[in-house]
Design a protein around this ligand. Structure first.
Ligand SMILES: C[S@@+](CC[C@H](N)C(=O)[O-])C[C@H]1O[C@@H](n2cnc3c(N)ncnc32)[C@H](O)[C@@H]1O
Length: 175
């Protein structure tokens, strides 16, 4: 997958330029950079990860590729409450599958989003069978149920991408 593939997975979930977003479990920022491309200059992103080295790498790439997007890096555990401003959207790409009990995390995420139009974009392997690298994955069908239980009233699949590892990747929007 390259940058354009990352953008394609997210693009129908980002309705307008600008806004304040967070990427939880941003890592080196494959999807943070895709989000930056979609929200454009004037947009603001909080990239959260417990791996400080990955956040440093993301910062360099962001300054090089999208200097007019404001990036805040937060080295923290996203399973704990975070001090974030009201958000237009949250991206969680390949990060929620590290969490066994997803309910409490989703409840925090829901609390970060603006009441009226906040959106959660998920990118995950379309599988319910975990392994050593992806311990607690969830298929799109499972995600629909989890999102509903967490209080998201609407969930839709945005795009898929074939993957030799665990079959397929999907992007979903919940709001
Ligand atoms: C597989 S990488 C995905 C990175 C990026 N989102 C992507 O899709 O390329 C998972 C990232 O989530 C981070 N992560 C996992 N659990 C976390 C937690 N509880 N708090 C903060 N970061 C976490 C890891 O440090 C890692 O950078």
């Amino acid at each position: 997958m390259n940058h354009n593939d990352h953008v394609r997975l997210l693009q129908n979930g980002v309705p307008r330029p600008g806004g304040v977003w967070a990427d939880l479990g941003a890592g080196e920022g494959a999807f943070t950079l895709a989000l930056a491309a979609l929200i454009g200059p004037g947009g603001e992103i909080y990239a959260v990860d417990r791996d400080g080295r990955a956040l440093q790498s993301l910062t360099k790439q962001m300054h090089r590729a999208f200097p007019h997007v404001t990036l805040h890096t937060v080295q923290a555990d996203f399973t704990r409450p975070l001090a974030l401003p009201p958000l237009d959207g949250v991206v969680m790409a390949n990060s929620l599958h590290f969490v066994a009990n997803k309910g409490p995390v989703l409840s925090h995420v829901k609390g970060y989003l603006k009441e009226a139009h906040g959106r959660l974009l998920i990118v995950e392997y379309n599988s319910d069978q975990g392994n050593h690298w992806v311990p607690y994955p969830f298929s799109y069908q499972t995600w629909r149920k989890l999102a509903q239980q967490a209080g998201f009233g609407h969930t839709e699949q945005l795009a898929t991408y074939p993957s030799r590892f665990l079959h397929e990747i999907y992007a979903a929007l919940s709001r």
